[in-house]
Design a protein around this ligand. Structure first.
Ligand SMILES: [Zn+2]
Length: 343
């Protein structure tokens, strides 16, 4: 039901992470929802990772997990629900609103391209949310690799985002990711056309292998309202490249919890990547270690390890490490929440 943390994980924290991590951590990318956020009667398939957590992942589960994983850190976050047709988008927004305070806990509304501008405006404002979480699966009639960013974020919804100064958590579509010229052009176009919107390119543009990031950050780096989050990126080469080639005041720590609480590691293989997994859950290109050939820690810990190594190699100062893990996100989300008067 909950997050399993072992003695080995606790030793890893004490040995490798405690001295590196700032006292405050801001996780810009987590999925929190309860059963009422799902369409009535929906059951996750047994190999869906949410089955591990009892078919939901609530604020209470997250806080308990973090208290066990990072016992000395104060954890702030930005959350959203499950971006899927199995979720009720309005119920998810209501839940997100209930668990956020716009001080240390912020949340976004799931948005689907068929939602009207009025509907997304209401979903955000009524629940005191600070942005949108669109998703490629919400685009109908196109295969995943043909979806464009513009398909995910129609003009009318972007106009609302600009008016309200929202943040957008964007999981980019298309097989070539940041190397895709359509993605590159549309990312820069959105940033320029909607300067009050802050666009967070999730997972560093899904860069889980080095060629998916090398030479590909310059376009968004030149846009002052473009950010990246590090969710599920444990590749120290990708992280080091990002620290060297993307403004350090616009890099946000993100985890993708609870997926990051599974035991596994993402590894680059021949210009691709696979999730090596200790548990038989299906996530992306997962390969399950059924024989127990190695003992795993969580994706979360592997990411923190990667970030530590990359920050050493790229020469991040203590202040820059604190910015990436806390200040950059805290600043961004507080600005997005300023309309609610909680500053
Ligand atoms: Zn996610």
């Amino acid at each position: 039901m909950s997050v399993d943390i072992s003695d080995a994980d606790r030793e890893l924290y004490a040995r490798e992470l405690r001295a590196f991590l700032p006292a405050r951590i801001f996780d810009a990318h987590i999925h929190l929802f309860d059963r009422a956020c799902l369409v009535p009667g929906y059951q996750f398939p047994p190999r869906n990772c949410f089955s591990k957590f009892g078919g939901a992942f609530t604020l209470e589960q997250y806080l308990a997990g973090m208290a066990a994983m990072l016992p000395e850190q104060e954890c702030h976050f930005n959350s959203f629900g499950l971006p899927s047709y199995d979720a009720d988008l309005d119920a998810s927004a209501a839940y997100s609103g209930r668990i956020s305070d716009n001080r240390g806990r912020f949340a976004m509304a799931l948005v689907c391209p068929s939602d009207t501008a009025a509907a997304v405006r209401r979903r955000v404002l009524e629940n005191r949310l600070i942005g949108y979480k669109p998703y490629l699966d919400f685009v109908k009639g196109k295969s995943r690799n043909d979806v464009t960013i513009h398909d995910m974020l129609p003009t009318a919804q972007m106009a609302v985002a600009e008016e309200l100064g929202l943040a957008i958590m964007l999981h980019i579509p298309r097989a070539e990711r940041l190397a895709d010229p359509v993605n590159q052009a549309q990312l820069v176009e959105l940033c320029r056309r909607y300067p009050a919107v802050r666009i967070i390119v999730a997972h560093i543009g899904r860069a889980y292998y080095l060629d998916a990031v090398k030479g590909l950050l310059d376009g968004i780096a030149a846009c002052p309202n473009a950010y990246v989050d590090t969710a599920m990126v444990n590749h120290e080469g990708v992280l080091e490249y990002t620290f060297r080639h993307f403004p350090r005041d616009r890099i946000l720590f993100g985890s993708d919890a609870p997926i990051a609480f599974l035991r596994g590691k993402s590894v680059e293989i021949n210009r691709q990547y696979a999730y090596l997994m200790a548990e038989a859950y299906d996530i992306g290109t997962s390969i399950y270690d059924a024989r127990g050939a190695v003992s795993f820690t969580t994706f979360y810990n592997e990411q923190l390890r990667g970030m530590r190594l990359a920050s050493e190699r790229a020469g991040l100062t203590r202040a820059e490490i604190e910015d990436v893990f806390f200040n950059n996100a805290s600043r961004l989300f507080r600005v997005a929440a300023a309309r609610y008067g909680t500053e």
